[in-house]
Design a protein around this ligand. Structure first.
Ligand code: MG
Length: 439
């Protein structure tokens, strides 16, 4: 049995923790250089603001509807994420961080009332971090994702789902007719990994709801689509078959994380691993033709090794310019790693996540007055000549054939330049930006 824990409107919720006056108001968070809306509060969604919509298209709502726009503050979001993740990790023996605001917990073989556990987790995360979450339980990851969708939407769409399923939803406890009613009320496009194009084709074939998909012939759909959709159908029927590599990528981020064969204590080894991971996500990023605005790194000790002290830090570094250059991303990842590493811990896993992804067309870069004499690559370019050559060599001679010699410029570019006029203070990671309380 899996749980999926997901923060509601993550970036907006992080902002609201420190500015409660934003609660109940329409709020959007803007991408690097204030270009597009990358997070929306429910109130902003109700105003019709679409995901990734350019800011200039909705700017008029500032006056007419009180829309509030904030610059992305990935240092804050990354730090809040790691606080939320470490609280969630305590609830199950296995945690798999899936994105900046989502993790799977494996509850296999754990006795007890899951809804009560989910409510407790939710209440604790809310009390300790201020972040509202939704928790979904299901026999497979796809069902846990679906349960989470129900938990998140039941309050907003009372006509679709019973109120009892709001916030914490355990599909594993529902009698068959109630489960079918939920699946009937959910559009097929809300299923994990079913994107816009697949949804349109499924709709053409008469498959509109999740229930339609569950009842469809999996073998025929595999022929029409791919083996992934067959696995999705089996998962919706309760048979776990998502291998790690089948799992659909999270929107708006690219991650590489792995457990080590044996614990790692020394920094140079971690630098090597993190450099490799950063190189891999950089390559994936270029395959998608995107650039990233920030890099998150996490390392963790094992919760199984009871003799070890526990340490599971993470750090998020915003880039001065969005980039897809391996050298820039590795350098940022290694700097983030150095900032969180502490000697004397047995680390068993590390991960690198790229967030704030944008296609280069979206990026409006600013002139970097202070970086003029840096030899770095031109900003905001998905594929420089060197990177294309590197990808081609690695394609031909195998991954890692050509790579950066990790790549830790001590005095690398600092995050000073991008236009972020509306950014909130980095309350939790910069002492000089800490909350001031007046009494
Ligand atoms: Mg979320």
């Amino acid at each position: 049995m899996f749980a999926l824990v997901d923060v509601n409107n993550m970036y907006v919720s992080c902002e609201r923790v420190f500015r409660p006056s934003l609660i109940g108001r329409p709020v959007v968070v803007l991408s690097n250089n204030d270009g597009a809306c990358i997070a929306r509060s429910n109130e902003a969604k109700d105003l019709g603001v679409r995901m990734a919509q350019p800011w200039f298209e909705v700017r008029h709502l500032e006056r007419s509807a009180g829309l509030i726009a904030l610059s992305a503050n990935f240092e804050l979001y990354g730090d809040m994420s790691s606080r939320m993740m470490s609280l969630a990790a305590a609830y199950a023996p296995l945690q798999e961080i899936y994105s900046i605001d989502e993790c799977f917990l494996d509850f296999d073989g754990m006795p007890g009332d899951r809804v009560a556990v989910g409510c407790d987790l939710r209440a604790k995360v809310l009390r300790w971090t201020g972040l509202p979450t939704s928790v979904g339980f299901g026999a497979t990851k796809t069902l846990a994702k679906l349960a989470n969708h129900v938990a998140k939407t039941a309050d907003r769409k009372p006509s679709s789902y019973p109120h009892a399923l709001a916030q914490v939803c355990d599909l594993g406890q529902l009698p068959a007719p109630a489960l079918e009613a939920v699946m009937q009320a959910t559009e097929v496009g809300n299923v994990w990994g079913i994107g816009h194009k697949t949804t349109a084709r499924l709709n053409q074939g008469g498959i509109h709801s999740v229930l339609d998909l569950v009842r469809a012939d999996a073998t025929i759909l595999r022929r029409q689509f791919s083996v992934v959709i067959e696995k999705t159908i089996l998962e919706l029927r309760g048979t776990p078959c998502m291998e790690v590599n089948d799992a659909p990528a999270a929107n708006q981020q690219i991650m590489c994380s792995r457990s080590f064969g044996s614990p790692v204590t020394e920094l140079p080894e971690l630098v090597e691993v993190v450099s490799q991971f950063a190189s891999q996500v950089a390559r994936k990023l270029r395959e998608q033709g995107c650039v990233a605005g920030a890099v998150q790194v996490f390392i963790t000790t094992s919760s199984y090794r009871q003799q070890d002290r526990h340490h599971a830090p993470s750090a998020t570094l915003p880039l001065p310019h969005p980039s897809a250059d391996t050298r820039v991303l590795v350098s940022a990842a290694v700097r983030a790693l150095r900032s969180i590493y502490r000697p004397g811990f047995n680390y068993v896993k590390a991960g690198v996540m790229l967030v704030d992804l944008q296609s280069p067309g979206q990026v409006q870069d600013t002139l970097d007055l202070f970086g003029a004499d840096e030899p770095g690559p031109p900003p905001a370019q998905g594929r420089t000549g060197l990177m294309s050559a590197m990808d081609a060599l690695n394609e031909r001679f195998g991954r890692q054939a050509v790579t950066v010699a990790s790549a830790t410029r001590k005095d690398g570019p600092s995050a000073h330049a991008s236009r972020q006029e509306r950014r909130s203070p980095r309350y939790t990671t910069r002492l000089e930006e800490i909350v001031t309380v007046r009494a």
